[in-house]
Design a protein around this ligand. Structure first.
Ligand code: CA2
Length: 156
């Protein structure tokens, strides 16, 4: 069966293309979703792309991934910098997650420099725009095809 990867986008990413093109580019969320689906079909992945402005939706979807997906690409938006709930959900499910940000958060305000997602992510990609999602899907496709035998789900 084709492996399933959830691509989860958090608050305000539905505004892509409508404002702040200098930071986030001119592409819309629909463009980004299409890029992810095209990348998934090239890589032999079923990509399920979702966006929500609500923290609880993201927590529910991360929990859903425990039984429904083999990987997660997560751009939690501003919740990256605030959400212990998303950190705990990622720890609990043990599904490899790649954290993605369109902008280089480290070149921006200091409040964007800390991430609650990074310590529980399999990898982090920042500042590469929509390409970052493609690279994250490539990384997950490789990892799913050749899982690291020493990697255990995090339970502590
Ligand atoms: O760079 C990223 O991908 C971010 O996750 C985007 C978040 C931001 O809070 C993070 O620090 C970095 C913001 C989501 C997009 O917000 C928009 C606001 C206005 C217009 C377009 C997008």
């Amino acid at each position: 069966m084709t492996p399933v990867v959830f691509v989860l986008n958090g608050p305000n990413l539905n505004l892509l293309g409508l404002r702040e093109p200098a930071i986030y580019g001119a592409g819309t969320l629909a463009d980004l979703e299409e890029l992810c689906r095209a990348s998934g079909s090239r890589l032999g992945l079923t990509v399920d792309v979702r966006q929500s402005n609500h923290e609880g939706d993201l927590v529910d979807w991360i929990q859903e991934a425990r039984t429904a997906a083999q990987g997660i690409v997560l751009n939690a938006g501003a919740l990256t910098h605030t959400s212990v709930a998303i950190h705990d959900a990622l720890r609990a499910v043990g599904v490899p997650a790649i954290e993605v940000h369109l902008s280089n958060v480290h070149a921006r305000e200091s409040f964007r420099h800390h991430s609650y997602v990074s310590p529980v992510a399999a990898g982090v990609i920042v500042g590469l725009g929509p390409d970052g999602y493609d690279f994250a899907l490539q990384a997950l496709a490789r990892r799913i095809a050749r899982p690291d035998p020493s990697s255990e789900p995090i339970t502590a």
